[in-house]
Design a protein around this ligand. Structure first.
Ligand SMILES: N[C@@H](CCC(=O)N[C@@H](CS)C(=O)NCC(=O)O)C(=O)O
Length: 131
């Protein structure tokens, strides 16, 4: 049974990868160089813990592309040191997780749940562009 589940998971992962290669999202926003620099400065200390075949991670990666954001992608595939780092920092082995580091204090906030991450990104980007 475990073998079947593992095979299904791998197959799903491959489908996600193939779909992402073919249908990689493009930015739906255009920004001036100055605006993009402001947005990039905001996201400089953010990292997305994820892994390639994870469908929820794919959803967030696509949203990041659509929003034209530069966010480091950290490969936290199960069994890797980065997955351990995720558990130590955030408390759960679940991807995707956005690590938001305060540039002044270096304190980190670990945000789980793909929908919450996307909502957070949308909420943070809008005021930066309005300022
Ligand atoms: N509701 C979560 C689901 C995330 C989820 O289930 N991620 C899987 C990977 S695709 C996971 O981390 N599972 C935990 C595990 O495999 O131990 C979301 O939308 O982010």
């Amino acid at each position: 049974m475990n073998l079947v589940l593992s095979l299904i998971r791998r197959l799903l992962g491959l489908l996600v990868l193939a779909y992402e290669v073919i249908f990689s999202a493009r930015p739906t926003v255009t920004r001036s160089t100055e605006e993009q620099a402001r947005v990039d400065a905001m996201t400089r200390n953010w990292q997305l813990y994820q892994f390639p075949g994870c469908p929820f991670c794919f959803k967030v990666r696509q949203a990041i592309r659509r929003m034209g954001l530069k966010i480091d992608l950290v490969n936290a595939s199960p069994g890797t040191p980065k997955a351990e780092e995720l558990v130590e920092g955030g408390g759960e082995l679940q991807t995707p997780c956005l690590k938001i580091t305060d540039p002044t204090t270096q304190a980190a906030r670990w945000l789980y749940e793909s929908d919450d991450i996307i909502a957070f990104l949308e909420k943070q980007v809008a005021p930066v562009l309005a300022s």
